[in-house]
Structure formats: C-alpha cells, structure tokens
Design a protein around this ligand. Sequence first.
Ligand code: CA
Length: 540
Amino acid sequence: MKRRIRTRTLAATAVLSALVAAAVGYAAIRSADVAREAAPVWTPPAETVPMGESVGVFYEIFVRSFRDSDGDGIGDLNGVTASLDYLADLGVRGIWLMPIQPAASYHGYDVTDYYGIHPDYGTMEDFRRLVAEAHRRGIRVILDLVLNHTSDRHPWFREAAEGSDNPRRDWYVWAEDQGIEPTEPGPWGQKVWHRIGGSSYLGVFWEKMPDLNPDNPEVRAEWIRIGQFWLKLGVDGFRLDAAKHIYENFRSSVGDRLTTEKNAAWWREFRRGLDEVNPNAYLVGEVWDSPAVIGPYLNGAFDSAFNFELANRLVGTARADRASTVVESLSKVLAYYSSQSGGRFVDAPFLTNHDQNRVMSELGGRVGRAKIAASLLLTMPGNPFLYYGEELGMRGTKPDERIREPMPWSEDGRSDGDTRWEPALNRTPGVSVEKQRNDPDSLLNHYRKMIALRNREPLLQNGGIARFPLAGDGVLGYVRFRGDDRLLVVHNLTGLPQRVDLWTGGRPPFRKIAFTSEKGARLSRGRELELPPYATVLMR
Ligand code: CA
C-alpha cells in the first residue's frame, strides 16, 4: 500500500515536470535536473512471449528499377546478382524479388505465365545463377507470388472467357454461374464485376486482373504446383500478395470472421503442399489489415505477416520527433500473435513498401529523421524489411511509378547499372550509392552500422520488448530482453541534444554504453545519458 502511494506521487511529479519542461522549451532545460527528482518507476519485464527465430534483415527489390546488366536500361536478374556484394555488405540476409514472371504490366502483378521468367529480366539460367550466388553469400531469396488473380491476358482467362462450356470456365468467378447479382462493390467500394462476352467476372483489383476461383480444386492444386515449382528451383520462400483477397472480395466480407477463417484455411493447405518440397520455406503474407485480422493467418499458415500497424507507428514517431506508445502497442500485438501461432511467428516490421509513399518523403526529406526511423526499425524484434533505395533516402510519393523509380547507383544516373526504363523524377543530389558509400555520416552507412549491430546482438533479433520510462518526450527508451539478459535502447527523436536520467530508484539497471550511432554520446555520474541529435544508444 505504502509502495503504491509513493508510486503515485512520483508519477504526479513526473507529469508536472513534463508540463514545466514543455512550457519552457526543451532546448533551454537541463532535462537531467528535471528527471533527477522524478525517477520513473520501472519494473524489469517478465519473460518474453515465445516467438520464432529471426533470420535477419530482408531487402525488397523491384527488379525493373534496380540494376541493369546489359545496357537496355531495364533492370534484370543479372543486375541483382551483380548487386549481391553490395547487399551482403549492407548486412541483409534475404531478398524479396517483386514479381519476376512474365506479366502484362510493368510492375508484374498481373502474371501471364507462372512458370517462366519475364523476358525483360533474363532467363531461367540467370535465375538459377542468382539463387546460387545469393546462397553462397548467406542470402535467402524469396519471390513475390501473386495467386489471387492473373492477367486477363493469361491463357487460362482467355479460355475461360470463351464461354460457359469451356473446361477452364470455373477457374475464374462468374456472377451468372454462381447465381450472384453482379452489383455488390468491393472491399474499398470499388467496382469488382467486369463484363466480357455477355458475362460478368470478378476482378477485385482491376478489370485486367481477374480473380481465380479458390473453390475450384484444380485451381488450388495448380497454386500448390506453382509454389513447389519455385521451391524446387531453390527459392527459400514467398511473399504472398493480397493474401486476404483470396476470399475477401466484397464490401460485406470486410471484417467478416468466416472470410478470414476461409483465407487462413486455404493458406494452411498451401503450406502443407509446400512442406512436401521444403518444410523450411519461409512464408510472409501481405494481409494489409489490423493485427486482429492478421492473427489467424499465423496459426499454421504464414511464418510472418507484414506489421502494417507498427510501420505506421514507427514512421509517425520519427515524423513527430516525439515519443509515442509504439512499444506498448507492439508488446500487446506480439503477445496476441504468439498465442495465435503457438509461439512460432516471426514479426515482419518495415517502414514503407512499394505500395506506399517512400519513407523519406513521409519524413519531409530530413536525414536525421530517416536515421531515427531506421534505428527504430532495426531494433524491433523479427525480420525487418527494407525497400530498395530506402537506405539512400530515395524519395517518392504516389502514383506508384514514382515510388518505384530507378535505384541511384551513380550520382549522374547514367553510369553502368543505372536503369532508365522510366524517368527518375525524384532523383536528389547526394542520394546515390556513389556519393554515400564512402561518407561515414551518410544514411547508407547508418543503415549498414545499424544492421551490423543487429546481426551481432541476438537480443535485438529475438528478445522481447518493453518500454523503459524516461522523462521527456523527445526520447524513447525500451528494453530488449531474454530472461535476465537485457539491453536498453534509447533514441533521441529530436534534432537537439537531449540528456536523460536513467535512474529508476535503487541501483541504475543499465550502467555501460554498448553502442552509439553518433559521436558524442556520454554517460556521466553512472546514470545521466547525453545524446546528440537523432542518436541511438544501447546500454547494458
Ligand atoms: Ca537489362
């Protein structure tokens, strides 16, 4: 009882101090003076929730924009192979190739042949060499797999569109055959029924992307055959596109539990099919939804699902230059995923992907914020995913072509390897591998440093995560832990120096600086930590 009263008093003092600090302005405050009288209460975290083992950082590649090997200006597989040393040096342990199969559109998400390589990208021989060279460097290769829909130019759809007596007809979804009125809008209110030859077919994303029929056993068998085909070629797993839209087709299916259950049941069937070829295949699903919806997919289907909610919070925290409850909400989500997956899931944090404005644009082009966003991401549990060029600070806002621009290998954009299939409208001086490679303060070298740190600190990969209370909202602290092994991560989220007091009553639990991302971080009196702008410090 006595202890509780004391706690409350301390909390009240902390709030008051924070208000005073906010009123006067942090620049003028010696925040250590404020914090000393109001040691925040901290209870060492309990044992971490069970999770699967992280395998490391993945790097998402849009092959068409990444690196050209033969001078036609279009990125290709040999270009990716030629970049493996760059990626290994960056510290990544896996690459996700956006669709590489023959497709009708530049982006590849409307496949016309699931068993081939896009002629712009090279040959099957090139692909085998890429996989072998990646594996030689300890880099996994996962492929984007787009099963929900094909291109309307896929031979299957051409056959299906011939008429209701074609054997391929039922591979797609026809309103008339299903006895459905083709009127209900899609999950985000879009038109999903499209006309061809007097009939209406389902195409959730676009009329040129007809949805396959998941209730047709031949389609399901074909989907598994496709996955097995690529596993036999040596790929290590898949990024599963539009995973919830196998059954989520209409406005009425949004948030519907039965729809989620049918989706998850299908992906479990898919996983069992893949297990016949490679029981260790890594599956990461794109379920662009809340953690509550994602959970069931982690029960025997996917190893990972992209953590969209966390991504928003990480970018939001970096953008605001202010601490947030990102860690508290993540802890809850991890506990939920752990219970759903029997302790086997691996989280998949990221900042932004090929469907979202580039993170540097979201952060107003501020390199310090981009560094902090990277530091946040790379100290989260799981397998973090980077989007190509993020490590250089590439910019770009929608439409999609503008967030998928040529990777800037050279400063002039016209040297060997630079792609030019589309103009690089967001090209920015200083944002190139050439310029940043040898600059110790560059964003590229910050990513390299943070990934190297992660690769040598098992707690950063697999430890639990819990908020560590610090006075002042310009700093964010959290503990990564396993049992009694603990690491404190402190970020200065602002462009001003910050001082924080690590005292939480009694003996300071963290007394030694283990890492600093910027020069000038200092610990004094065993508890007062001084952080340069946008610096990240690890303490033991
Ligand atoms: Ca080329």
